[in-house]
Structures are given as structure tokens and as C-alpha cells.
Design a protein around this ligand. Structure first.
Ligand code: SF4
Ligand code: SF4
Length: 204
């Protein structure tokens, strides 16, 4: 099982730019979503002056087919926003951010592991439930699972032709992150703010 904890406004606000659209997944049985905390945070970010242009609340964001259909329904509103904040587990955030290659996508939650049944996720994205979600700094691509070494401080230098030195069939996760940063014209200041000592206790 997983539990999601809504991030603090102090972490999210400096990363959000311009018109912001919110997406919240109230989840499945296997993921506990902090609905009350989400409502509190929403008021806090409105009071702080962030321009919220719209919101969708849905379930099963990790289901790619369903998420695609919901995306098509709200495409116009989402296209007009500069930043998208997604409140969901790490798999849900990556599933939706995969549909938005030109947007700044922030993870509104940290995802923690809880012992028990983990549920079936019909998604090609992976989350290791590390408890300190980095997706908002790494343009929606998880460095813990997309990089074979789970590096948080950039590329190891071993990639060849875009492939990881550990698994030759895998694209280098950090090359994917830098390519997407270039596509959305994001500079690496955000990444520099991310670098800190990781608290591994949170992922246990
Ligand atoms: S950084 Fe990756 S492993 Fe950690 S919570 Fe986010 S998606 Fe999951
Ligand atoms: S080659 Fe890329 S994905 Fe592989 S370990 Fe190095 S940085 Fe990580």
C-alpha cells in the first residue's frame, strides 16, 4: 500500500510559474490520498496569489487509457496553463506528465511506502515510494526509477548513444530529463535547488 502526503506550499510556490492548473487523484484502495490536507493547501496557495486557472479531480490517474480520455476533455484549459500541479502518487504524476511534454509539471505530493498489498498499476511508469518526490525538479521524470543508479545529482557520465551503462536496453534517465528540460526551455536552477542529502528513512 502507499500513502501520499501533500507537500507544503513553501516547496511548491517557488516552482510554479504563471497560470496554474490543478489535477488531483483521490485514488484507489491501495493509495491513501490526503483529501483534507489538499483542500487546506488549495486555500493557502490561492491566498498566496497563485493564479489557479482550473482543477480536475479524478480517480485512477495511473490508468493511461482513462487518463488520456480525461486529458482530451480538458485539453483546452490545460493547454492554456503554464504550470500543472498534480496531486497523486508518483505513478499518477508521471502518467499525466507524459502527456504534457511542453509543460512544467509539479508533483503536489510525496509518496510513501506502507506495508501490505501494493495493488496493480496498469502503467509503464514506476515509483519507488521514496517519500521525497523529486518530479517537480526533474520535469516529471523520476530520477530514482529512470536512472539505474537512482542518482539525484545528474548523469554519471557512462551513457553511450543515450543508453544507460548499467542496462544497455534502457534509455539513460538523466538524458531524458535534460532533453525534456531543453524542450520546455527550463534552466537547471530548479535542479540545483533539488540537490540535498536524501533521507533514506522515508523510503523504508
Ligand atoms: S521521486 Fe520517484 S520514487 Fe520518489 S515519490 Fe516521486 S516518483 Fe516516487
Ligand atoms: S547511464 Fe544514465 S541512467 Fe544509467 S546509471 Fe548513468 S545516469 Fe543513470
Amino acid at each position: 500500500m502507499l500513502i501520499t502526503q501533500v507537500k507544503k506550499k513553501e516547496e511548491l510556490l517557488p516552482l510554479a510559474k504563471g497560470k496554474t492548473f490543478l489535477i488531483a487523484c483521490f485514488g484507489c484502495k491501495e493509495v491513501h490520498f490526503a483529501e483534507k490536507e489538499y483542500e487546506i493547501l488549495k486555500s493557502e496557495i490561492k491566498n498566496a496569489g497563485l493564479n489557479i486557472s482550473g482543477e480536475i479531480v479524478l480517480d485512477y490517474l495511473c490508468n493511461e487509457d482513462y487518463t488520456n480520455k480525461r486529458f482530451e476533455l480538458h485539453k483546452k484549459e490545460i493547454d492554456s496553463a503554464e504550470t500543472i500541479i498534480i496531486f497523486a502518487c508518483g505513478v499518477g504524476v508521471q502518467t499525466f506528465s507524459g502527456l504534457l511534454p511542453a509543460k512544467i509539471v509539479l508533483s503536489g505530493c510525496d509518496t510513501f511506502y506502507l506495508p501490505g498489498f501494493s495493488g496493480f498499476t496498469p502503467s509503464s511508469h514506476a515509483c519507488d515510494q521514496c517519500g521525497e518526490c523529486m518530479l517537480g525538479y526533474t520535469v516529471g521524470i523520476c530520477p530514482v526509477t529512470a536512472c539505474s543508479k537512482g542518482l539525484l545529482n545528474g548523469q554519471c557520465g557512462g551513457a553511450k548513444n543515450g543508453k544507460c551503462e548499467v542496462s544497455k536496453n534502457k534509455e539513460c534517465g538523466w538524458e531524458r530529463i535534460f532533453k525534456r528540460m531543453t524542450a520546455i526551455k527550463e534552466n537547471d536552477e530548479t535542479l540545483k535547488n533539488m540537490i540535498r542529502i536524501r533521507d533514506y528513512k522515508k523510503s523504508q
